[in-house]
Design a protein around this ligand. Structure first.
Ligand code: SF4
Ligand code: MG
Length: 319
């Protein structure tokens, strides 16, 4: 059937002032990304810090304005909506950040922060909003007493539960999670991910789960997209991607994932150099400066992003 959200050719370019005497440059943070979110799935979006995955997430909610492209949700293009109409859609598309409390008032009890989205959208009386906040605390595995806590009185895991609660209080259908567990230690990470899976089943949520660590998204994702310098370079269902990665960059990311039996694992491929700047990305295949398999044509010819097997797309001259 129709996907819940269909994104076509999303671009986010912005100008940066050059140094004195130099022209202004264009940063191509997101440079033509197309993908879809299917109802009830988790789509893992993976790439190094600086590849544009957070910008992509924020562009979908227009927390940053996209430069081009379309995002169809329930028959409407989100990128064409007025500010006012977008408010309505924001109830259904919510975002969770790595540290939900970094921007919140440290002297304000968390219950009030939880209720804030309801107040912003003019939902319910003060009493009803408090009741709903207490209810959503239980939904994310906390107790009513947490309503009265200050942010610093909560652990990292509890804070991320509050972050989830704050996103869920409006009954969204899609939750864009930007590195929601990256700041947590491994045990707490798996608790929060288990909670997210439970919430997904109970509340029929669809997740876009953004992470730099492919191991983190493996168990929660139905499908995974790999991003490099503002573009998707590979996409497949999780099992196919792990069993048969087609793009050398994906192979590099997977070779860094720890496995229980190291003898059953291909040798670790180490990337040369840093992620190039999105201001002046390499010509041809943008990965050619770091690719262990780069050929002459990779410097000049941009590989097409195309289906290489059913449901499996990649952009590499070798596939
Ligand atoms: Fe490597 Fe060339 Fe494939 Fe790019 S197109 S990933 S440089 S082999
Ligand atoms: Mg980021």
């Amino acid at each position: 059937g129709e996907p819940l959200l269909r994104v076509e050719g999303l671009k986010k370019h912005y100008n940066v002032a050059g140094q004195a005497g130099f022209r202004r440059s264009v940063v191509k943070a997101v440079d033509g990304v197309s993908f879809e979110l299917r109802e009830g799935e988790t789509y893992g979006l993976v790439g190094e810090s600086g590849c544009g995955k957070s910008t992509l997430g924020k562009s979908l909610l227009r927390l940053t304005e996209p430069s081009a492209g379309q995002a169809f949700y329930k028959g409407a293009d989100l990128f064409k909506q007025s500010r006012q109409a977008m408010q309505k859609y924001r109830r259904e598309l919510q975002m969770v950040f790595q540290d939900p409390f970094s921007s919140l008032n440290p002297r304000r009890i968390v219950g009030l922060a939880l209720e804030e989205p309801l107040a912003i959208h003019g939902i319910g009386s003060a009493k009803e909003r408090t009741h709903r906040a207490m209810e959503i605390l239980r939904t994310v595995g906390l107790q009513m007493e947490h309503y009265y806590r200050l942010p610093h009185e909560l652990s990292g895991g509890q804070r991320q539960r509050i972050g989830l609660a704050r996103a869920l209080i409006l009954n969204p259908r899609i939750v864009i999670c930007d590195e929601p567990v990256s700041a947590l230690d491994v045990i707490i990470q798996s608790q929060v991910i288990n909670l997210m899976q439970k919430l997904q089943r109970e509340l029929k949520l669809t997740y876009l789960f953004i992470a730099h660590d492919i191991a983190v998204v493996r168990h929660i994702s139905d499908r995974i997209g790999i991003m490099y310098l503002g573009k998707l370079v590979e996409e497949a269902d999780t099992d196919s991607l792990f069993a048969n990665p087609r793009h050398p960059y994906t192979q590099v990311l997977l070779s860094a994932v720890p496995v229980p039996d190291p003898t059953a694992k291909p040798e670790r491929i180490v990337l040369e150099g840093d992620l190039p700047s999105p201001i002046d990305p390499p010509s041809g295949c943008a990965f050619h400066t770091r690719c262990p398999f780069a050929m002459d044509r990779c410097r000049t010819e941009t590989p097409l992003y195309r289906e290489v097997a059913p449901g499996h797309s990649a952009a590499c001259h070798l596939t």
